[in-house]
Design a protein around this ligand. Structure first.
Ligand code: HEM
Length: 123
């Protein structure tokens, strides 16, 4: 499994369904960032699952449906400050901590997010 993608090593589709489900439950309850999320919760969970599948080295599911991610551009309509990025990361950390994977994999998984989250800061 050493050459397997992180997507495969964390348990693929099933793990990402659990992760995105729990992540957005935390996000939609968060006192700072819940305000930013205006569309349907199940819809954003599913979009994020498709995106994270390819972001973690699995099949390119998001791009098949939505085209090139252009994530920074897609976030421009949402005013995101540094504190929002930190809150987003806190929700992700909490969601990852609930997964039944090893602590090493949890650390490796979380390490994929801080740089991207800071890249989304636009206000
Ligand atoms: C830095 C903090 C972040 C905030 C506050 C934030 C907020 C948002 C918001 C408000 C939306 C639109 C949701 C809706 O339709 O109601 C969105 C969409 C999305 N975000 Fe983020 N986001 C952040 C970081 C990230 C990161 C780090 C990633 C990926 C690793 C990501 C991936 C996505 C994806 C895939 C979508 C769906 C895009 C689409 O197809 O419309 N976001 N985000």
């Amino acid at each position: 499994m050493e050459n397997a993608s992180l997507y495969d090593r964390i348990g693929g589709e099933e793990t990402l369904r659990t992760l995105t489900d729990r992540f957005y439950d935390f996000v939609f309850e968060h006192e700072l960032i819940a305000r930013l999320f205006k569309s349907d919760k199940d819809e954003i969970k599913e979009k994020q699952r498709l995106f994270l599948t390819q972001f973690l080295g699995g099949p390119g599911l998001y791009s098949e449906v939505y085209g090139h991610p252009r994530l920074r551009a897609r976030h421009i309509p949402h005013p995101i400050g540094e504190e929002d990025a930190i809150a987003w990361l806190t929700c992700m950390d909490k969601a990852i901590s609930t997964l039944t994977i090893s602590d090493d994999l949890k650390k490796e998984l979380f390490s994929r997010f801080p740089q991207s989250a800071m890249f989304m800061v636009n206000s």
